[in-house]
Design a protein around this ligand. Structure first.
Ligand code: SAM
Length: 320
């Protein structure tokens, strides 16, 4: 196993299937333009090969499928079924939920157990303003369908001071009533937000989110796995929620994540644009693949940081 001097190794792999998305969220893209696939995106087979190599070289245990939105690409079905056959301890998916109903059959066939669904508001009008695509009712129907299939759901919400502050409690009630763990993601300085004053205006810290929740609920801090990105809280007799507090309580020193972009680059850190090309591995004779990949993984591990610095890289390229 490749380990750095802080004891960090790669255990969780996130695969961005496409940079294309059917939303254009205010915090992800500046101009509301719908996101297109990256140039030279790899096929499902090529991505599966890379995942399998990385699984062998780095001892990856968990894979999360992400994007863009992974459900918008035609390669989703083949990739999902292929990756579900690899010897992994955990397979999960992050999506905005807009196409969950359409993909219910293949999701069921794959045996996937966990899906994170991004949802920033329960107000249909605000939904249109923030997501700038899709509609709320379809996402809610998708959540209900996944729960009916026995798939464990988490909801990801990005709270913003001027856009959805009042949805913090509404979404928490909605989630607690349905046995869903809600994850608040502190707004990250990614893409256009890195140099935009709207970042400071919209950012809500973990303490501010907790203060809002404390107006209604009592809660205490709960255990979370060592390399969890979320700080978890328990509301007695109600359930759990979490906060991904990349600014208030950075988790970089325990980060075990590694990412592959849809065009075949390896990223060791979400907050660094440094990347290694994996495309050449697809052409190499098999006995040369793992030694070469080991060197790329050492480089990617060296890109990990001590705290979240922010990056101009847009989240859609390397997956959230
Ligand atoms: N389209 C899928 C989705 O909506 O979940 C997967 C990709 S999206 C980039 C993954 C997650 O990143 C979403 O939960 C989204 O809200 C979050 N995200 C994107 N940009 C962000 C930012 N600047 N700060 C915090 N979270 C962000």
């Amino acid at each position: 196993m490749i380990v750095d001097n802080l004891g960090r190794s790669f255990k969780n792999l996130r695969v961005s299937l496409t940079a294309a998305c059917n939303y254009a969220c205010t915090y992800c893209v500046p101009d509301g333009k719908r996101l297109m696939p990256a140039r030279n995106e790899l096929s499902a087979d090529e991505l599966l090969k890379l995942v399998s190599f990385i699984q062998q070289a780095a001892g990856i245990e968990k894979v999360r499928i992400t994007g863009g939105d992974p459900l918008v690409t035609p390669k989703f079905d083949d990739f999902l079924i292929g990756v579900s056959k690899l010897p992994l301890s955990d397979l999960s998916l992050t999506t905005n939920g807009q196409l969950l109903l359409k993909k219910a059959a293949v999701l069921e066939e794959s045996g996937i157990k966990r899906i994170n669904i991004s949802l920033d508001t329960l107000n249909p009008l605000k939904f249109k303003q923030i997501a700038r695509g899709g509609d709320l009712e379809t996402v809610l129907a998708g959540i209900a369908k996944m729960q009916a299939l026995g798939i464990k759901i988490k909801i990801n919400m990005v709270p913003m001071r001027n856009q959805n502050l009042s949805d913090i409690l509404r979404l928490l009630d909605f989630s607690l009533e349905r046995d869903i763990e809600l994850r608040f993601i502190e707004l990250m300085r990614m893409g256009h937000l890195l140099h935009d004053s709207s970042y400071q205006q919209e950012f809500l810290s973990m303490q501010e989110i907790l203060d809002e929740i404390a107006t209604v609920y009592s809660f205490q801090r709960a255990d979370a796995p060592f390399d969890s990105t979320a700080v978890r809280f328990h509301i007695p007799d109600k359930g759990y929620f979490g906060i991904i507090a990349n600014e208030s309580e950075p988790f970089c020193t325990a980060c075990t994540r590694l990412r592959i972009s849809s065009d075949g680059y390896l990223y060791g850190c979400l907050s660094s644009s440094r990347r290694q090309s994996l495309a050449e591995l697809l052409e190499l004779p098999s006995h040369l693949v793992l030694p070469r990949l080991q060197r790329l993984l050492v480089s990617a591990l060296g890109d990990k940081q001590l705290s979240f610095q922010g990056e101009t890289t847009v989240m859609k390229f390397i997956g959230g």
